[in-house]
Design a protein around this ligand. Structure first.
Ligand SMILES: Cc1cc2nc3c(=O)[nH]c(=O)nc-3n(C[C@H](O)[C@H](O)[C@H](O)COP(=O)(O)O)c2cc1C
Length: 161
């Protein structure tokens, strides 16, 4: 079994490396996927963009044992059931890992445009609640939610196999 990850700003990569340290499993970036044989079991970690787990399509033909999505939200956003069906991972264990984000001004290109739009929508909400305020601050100022303890459900699942 090996760990494969797709990470744009480094938060998901930190989880992949932490998991590797804890388990002794080798870790590969998704661009190194050709080094892995098709029957090798893979734990895949990818960052979430508008509900889609990035890089997942590159590993679909491999032997996927578990899929982890890393996002900024407290829990899977959209919810786990929607994530599983939108990402076509029914029957494969799915784990959410809270990642983080760089301050908006450090994000480039289309991602920055999309996040700016999201902040604008949140700000324009009349019924803006505490959670919306929190997300606005997280996106504008950056946030690091990477914690070892967030890997516990995945480690428990690994230990039970
Ligand atoms: C354009 C864009 C869309 C995003 N959509 C989501 C989302 O739907 N759900 C979520 O929880 N996080 C979302 N995020 C946050 C990232 O998934 C989060 O910052 C992730 O931990 C980044 O991982 P990385 O540093 O490995 O690239 C989005 C980020 C960007 C830039």
């Amino acid at each position: 079994m090996v760990i494969v990850y797709e990470s744009k700003t480094g938060f998901t990569e930190r989880y992949a490396r932490m998991l590797s340290e804890k388990t002794g499993l080798k870790v590969f970036g998704v661009n190194e996927i050709s080094k892995i044989s098709l029957d090798e079991e893979i734990i895949f970690l990818g960052w979430i963009k508008a509900g889609r787990i990035q890089g997942l399509n590159k590993v679909r033909k491999y032997n996927l044992a578990a899929v982890c999505g890393s996002g900024t939200a407290k829990g899977p956003e959209p919810d786990a059931e929607t994530m599983i069906s939108a990402n076509r991972i029914n029957g494969i264990p799915f784990f959410y890992l809270r990642g983080g984000c760089l301050p908006l001004k450090e994000i480039k290109g289309m991602d920055r445009i999309l996040l700016s739009l999201f902040v604008k929508i949140l700000k324009s909400r009349r019924d803006k609640d505490k959670e919306a305020e929190e997300y606005i601050s997280i996106i504008e100022n950056g946030f690091d939610g990477v914690r070892e303890e967030n890997l516990e459900p995945l480690l428990r699942w690994l230990g039970s196999r």
